[in-house]
Ligand binder design. Structure first.
Ligand SMILES: Nc1ncnc2c1ncn2[C@@H]1O[C@H](COP(=O)(O)OP(=O)(O)OP(=O)(O)O)[C@@H](O)[C@H]1O
Ligand SMILES: [Mg+2]
Length: 207
C-alpha cells in the first residue's frame, strides 16, 4: 500500500510520518519511509539544489528537477517496495508538485500532470493524508526551527496561501484523500492517520 503525506512547510508531515511508522511497525507491518524530493542518492543531490536559497531556479526547472528525482525514486525505491508487499509512507509526492509549481508558481496544471505521469509511470497513491494548518501555524513552527529558511520557506505569504488552498482543492471531494487537522496534538493526529490507513487496508482486504 502506497501512502503519501502532504501539506505546507511545518504542517507536521515528518513528525506524523515518524509516529505512523512506529505504530505500524509495532503492529508488525513492513514499512518503508521515504521522502521527496530525495529518497535516492540522485534524488538527494537534486534536493540540495532544489532547497538551496543561493540557487535561483525558474518554475519549469523546479518542476523538472522534482520529477527527475521522482522518476529515480519510483523506479528504485517505491515500486520495488510495493512489489514486495510493503507499506510505503512517502513524505510529499505528486500533489506537492501540483500545489507548489501549479497553484504556487502558476505553471499549467495539465502540463504538470503529464510531467508527473511520465516520472511515475502512472503510479498513484492508495491514500493521501493532507495535513492542513493555517499559514500562521506553519510560520510559527518553521521560524522556531534553527538555521536559514530554505528556498521555498523564503517565499511570501501569498505563495504559501495559494499552495495551501491548492492542496485543499486537490483533496476536496476526492475519495483517495484524507484531510487531517494539523493543529491537533501530535498523538491525536497520529491516531487519526492510523485509523485512515486501517480503513484503507480493510477495504483492500475485503476487495
Ligand atoms: N501535531 C503537532 N502539534 C504541535 N507541533 C507539532 C505537531 N507536529 C509537528 N509539530 C512541530 O512542528 C514543527 C514542524 O514539524 P515537521 O518538521 O514534522 O513539519 P513538516 O511538515 O515535515 O515540515 P517541512 O515541510 O518543512 O519538512 C516541528 O518543530 C514539530 O515538532
Ligand atoms: Mg518535513
Amino acid at each position: 500500500m502506497f501512502v503519501t503525506i502532504e501539506g505546507i512547510e511545518g504542517s507536521g508531515k515528518s513528525t506524523l510520518l515518524a509516529g505512523l511508522a512506529e505504530r505500524l511497525r509495532a503492529a508488525d507491518r513492513d514499512v518503508v519511509v521515504t521522502r521527496e524530493p530525495g529518497g535516492t542518492p540522485a534524488g538527494d543531490a537534486v534536493r540540495r539544489i532544489f532547497l538551496d536559497p543561493a540557487i535561483a531556479i525558474a518554475p519549469l526547472t523546479e518542476a523538472m528537477l522534482v520529477n527527475a528525482a521522482r522518476a529515480q525514486h519510483v523506479a528504485d525505491v517505491i515500486r520495488p517496495a510495493l512489489r514486495a508487499g510493503k507499506i510505503v509512507l512517502c513524505d510529499r509526492f505528486v500533489d506537492s508538485t501540483l500545489a507548489y509549481q501549479g497553484y504556487g508558481r502558476g505553471l499549467d496544471r495539465d502540463l504538470l500532470r503529464r510531467l508527473c505521469d511520465a516520472a511515475t509511470g502512472g503510479l498513484r497513491a492508495d491514500l493521501t493524508l493532507l495535513v492542513d494548518v493555517p499559514l500562521a501555524v506553519s510560520r510559527a513552527r518553521t521560524q522556531a526551527r534553527h538555521g536559514e529558511a530554505d528556498r521555498l520557506e523564503a517565499e511570501d505569504d501569498g505563495f504559501h496561501e495559494r499552495v495551501r488552498r491548492g492542496f485543499l482543492e486537490i483533496a476536496h471531494d476526492n475519495a483517495g484523500y484524507e484531510v487531517l487537522n494539523g493543529t491537533l496534538e501530535r498523538e491525536a493526529l497520529i491516531q487519526a492517520a492510523y485509523e485512515a490507513i486501517g480503513r484503507r487496508l480493510g477495504a483492500e482486504t475485503r476487495a
